[in-house]
Design a protein. Structure first.
Length: 351
């Protein structure tokens, strides 16, 4: 008995050491691998469709990767470069005194008679100073200007990671089903539980990624195009902000295009202001009401508030990839949790 326990402890120690060393080996490539997993999961149905007609897995995988490069990855990469450029311009703009109008607007607000009535509730000491607000804006601008500058080393690193991602996507399409089958053999579940887990994960991924994230991206694209047409500065930045805010219950994308419409109307640009209201109401907002029911159908759906926090938390934990990785991880977690909810009602493994 003692020998068996010693053997188990040693085996666990060796496994832990090898696991740590394996992580150290893989860690430099975590980002491109994570992107590859996201693209593989989201676009595996495309590969499955192509594989019906092209029986050679390598060729089917190559065709799918080429379609991804042409239709998805290239436009997304271009948009990311535009976003970085707009953020950097914003940083330079704030550092060169371009935001002084904020000081004037802030001072007008502070001297407003309506605000004077609220001072007794807010307290004079709790009111931020105009110089303090401007200093914080300049700090944000300085941070953006310093951290988003395009360097040769950044371009080379991004190109290498991109090649690793494409290489990984190819093999995930080609060998992914076989690898998942091997992983499935190690899961301590019965066959019925494995089937249910696979079904729940599929439904969660479809409802979360295709239904939630895809709709938010479409709304962000529509909003960015609308802002570009009416001449609003940094349309890519506002479009991405609209994508994130689309997860917020009740207000959603209205929180972005609504104030922009009001600002245009106040400035006297009634045509663009009213046009943005109509476009936001009958096009951007209607995307959510039309596409989500078509995509999700009767599938299990995560609550909107959970999707919202999983997106924000995912972005904070993983960067921009967290926009999809956050909901994806949450969907898998909920699916596994559903298995454990019924663990007392059925056998844990087949005996």
């Amino acid at each position: 008995m003692g020998a068996n326990r010693f053997y188990s402890v040693m085996l666990l120690a060796i496994l832990t050491l090898l696991g740590y060393l394996s992580y150290e080996i893989i860690s430099p490539f975590v980002v491109p691998i994570a992107w590859a997993i996201v693209f593989s999961v989201v676009f595996y149905p495309v590969y499955a469709f192509i594989a019906r007609y092209i029986k050679v897995k390598s060729i089917a995988s190559s065709v799918t990767v080429i379609l991804l490069l042409i239709g998805i990855i290239a436009p997304v990469t271009y948009i990311l470069f535009l976003l970085i450029d707009e953020l950097q311009k914003f940083g330079d703009y704030t550092n060169n005194g371009g935001m002084d109008f904020v000081r004037d607007m802030f001072l007008k607000i502070k001297t407003s008679p309506h605000l004077e009535r609220l001072r007794s509730f807010i307290g004079e000491g709790n009111m931020p100073d105009a110089d303090e607000v401007m200093d914080n804006i300049r700090k944000i601008g300085l941070f953006l200007a310093e951290n988003l500058s395009v360097r040769v080393t950044n371009i080379i690193s991004a190109a290498i990671n991109f090649l690793f991602m494409i290489f990984t996507i190819f093999f995930l399409f080609k060998d992914g089903p076989g690898f998942l089958a091997k992983v499935e053999d190690f899961l301590p579940f019965s066959e019925e539980q494995k089937t249910r887990l696979a079904t729940q994960m599929k439904d969660m991924i479809v409802s979360t990624v295709y239904g939630g994230v895809a709709v938010s991206i479409i709304q962000g694209c529509l909003g960015g195009v609308a802002f570009y047409v009416i001449g609003v500065n940094s349309p890519v930045l506002w479009g991405i902000a609209m994508s994130v805010m689309s997860f917020v219950p009740l207000i959603g994308t209205l929180s972005i295009w609504g104030p922009a419409s009001i600002y245009l109307i106040i400035q006297g640009d009634y045509m663009h202001g009213v046009g943005l209201i109509l476009f936001g109401t009958f096009v951007i907002s209607m995307v959510d009401n039309i596409l989500k029911p078509l995509i999700i159908g009767s599938r299990t759906r995560m609550p909107t508030i959970i999707i919202f926090f999983s997106v924000l938390g995912g972005i904070k934990a993983f960067g921009i990839i967290g926009l999809i990785m956050g909901p994806l991880i949450m969907a898998v977690f909920i699916s596994v949790f559903e298995i454990f909810r019924h663990i007392e009602d059925e056998p844990f493994v087949n005996r």
